[in-house]
Design a protein around this ligand. Structure first.
Ligand SMILES: Nc1ncnc2c1ncn2[C@@H]1O[C@H](COP(=O)(O)OP(=O)(O)O)[C@@H](O)[C@H]1O
Ligand SMILES: [Mg+2]
Length: 236
């Protein structure tokens, strides 16, 4: 148990769901997007969450990333029960502790790579030198320094996704959450992008990747399968 009596006291556990569920009300009907779930995500692992469309993958990732709040149960990040945080503290946590990567990259079209990577830092009060140093570090991690001034449309899908990864990394978060990061990529780019994510996990980050693509299984340290909002003991 953690210091507040909830969650693991194991320092290697970066994120934990404890009986966390998510239900939506839709036209008087209740949809259970995620049934009550227990899950621990560890420092230094690449966790793959595999499931068909509609199985609750995005919901699960959104709970871990504190973008959605659980209907039941709770979410702990680095031993802190997020239920105990004020809106301001939660906003700070999302801004500083969690990196998100999406299928559609979500780069801002008129901004070049460098400017896109800088976006998450704009909410934190940092000196110009510090910003520069952090952006350089993020570029190095994905090996795309030479594309600093390129606009998203001048980059391949794989390169755009690597810039999106650099943008997620620029805040140096302990956990990176990726929602179908390879769904818009060709096979070669999938290899490069998963190679980057693998490297990040090896360097101590917790990396969670949701996908319906079973080809990604070879990159994972651990795989869980989701079906109808439930983690399955093994693949059906
Ligand atoms: N905001 C929402 N309102 C109502 N239903 C939702 C909402 N978000 C997701 N759902 C439903 O919850 C289920 C799981 O969705 P989701 O987590 O997006 O699945 P996946 O990412 O695996 O495709 C689906 O049936 C979906 O329609
Ligand atoms: Mg989804």
């Amino acid at each position: 148990m953690g210091k507040d009596g909830v969650g693991s006291s194991d320092n290697n556990v970066i994120a934990e769901l404890i009986g966390a569920s998510k239900k939506f009300k839709l036209g008087g009907k209740e949809i259970v997007a995620l049934h009550q779930t227990d899950l621990k995500i560890y420092k230094g692992e690449l966790l793959l969450i595999v499931g068909p469309s509609g199985s609750g993958k995005t919901t699960l990732l959104s709970l871990i990333g504190c973008v959605l709040y659980p209907t039941e149960g709770c979410v702990c990040l680095q031993g802190i029960n997020t239920k105990d945080l004020s809106d301001k503290e939660l906003a700070r946590l999302r801004r500083k502790e969690i990196g998100f990567v999406f299928q559609q990259f979500n780069l801002i079209a008129p901004l070049n790579s460098e400017e896109n990577i800088r976006v998450p830092l704009s909410l934190n009060k940092l000196s110009r030198d510090k910003v520069k140093e952090k952006v350089e570090r993020a570029f190095k991690l994905v090996g795309l320094e030479e594309r600093r001034k390129s606009l998203p449309k001048q980059l391949s899908g794989g390169e755009q996704q690597r810039i999106a990864i650099a943008r997620a990394l620029v805040i140096d978060p302990p956990i990176i959450l990726c929602d179908e990061p390879t769904a818009s990529l060709d096979v070669d780019s999938i290899d490069v992008v998963l190679g980057e994510l693998r490297h990040l996990a090896n360097s101590g980050k917790a990396v969670a990747v949701v996908t319906h693509d079973t080809r990604l299984e070879k990159y994972a340290d651990r795989i869980i399968f989701l079906q109808n909002g439930k983690i399955q003991p093994k693949r059906e």
